[in-house]
Write a protein that binds this ligand. Sequence first.
Ligand code: PEP
Ligand code: MN
Length: 273
Amino acid sequence: MKNLKLAARVTKERTVIKVSDVEVGKDLVVIAGPCSVESEAQMVASAQAVKDAGANMLRGGAFKPRTSPYAFQGLGLRGLKLLAKAGRQTDLPIVTEVIDPRDVSWVAEFADVLQIGTRNMQNYSLLKEVGQTGRPVLLKRGMYSTLEEWLNCAEYILSEGNPNVILCERGIRTFETYTRNTLDLSAVPAIKELTHLPIIIDPTHSTGRVNLIGPMSMAAIAAGADGLIIEVHYNPAEALCDADQALTPVMFADIMARLRPLSAFMNKLPTNN
Ligand code: PEP
Ligand code: MN
């Protein structure tokens, strides 16, 4: 692919990104937590549950890019503070989405990893802004984007001087409507050929169906993915965002137990716990 000066894989060497004690690209990274931060009780309970099950990073959205302007938009700064507190209490690094270039510098003070969502993959001013922080960036694939477009977006971040880009395949739009999106697992080996950057899979937003998350998590690791990002809520029925696709802590723990031997077989070191 032309134009990939920094993202292209030219040697066998792969980028390993350190986030606290987790080495993304080497350790199996499992980022888990609710779609959005809703309250202190919700965040603390979710953080403890995912930690106990073996997740090594905590997710939670404080700024939600919702399809409807009338849907819950996230708690903003208050949400970030609650997420940071839950992260500190459980000793888990935190991953959160940033949707506005004007918020990047102060959100980066809270977040260990800045997430760029699918709807913003080609928001070039946002990409440049996160490229100017030193913070690791989780760059989700645009739901209508090719691998080449996606890697060019990674290049935007890298070319600003931030080498810490983690790619995340979260499903693309196809004619299929049974699943929320179509998980393109072939992106994993393809991306491994094209770039030295690590790639993780989001089985939650790609399938939108609780029963498909376990099997697709296993398939992702078998395909060589460096990790997963999974939505877990302590009471999915009450979730303010993406309630239909959230796992209970028990369901998540069950998937983690099945992933452990597979990730060892795939030569990924087990998670911290
Ligand atoms: C999310 O992670 O909650 C999210 C909004 O993801 P995506 O950008 O992949 O839809
Ligand atoms: Mn979500």
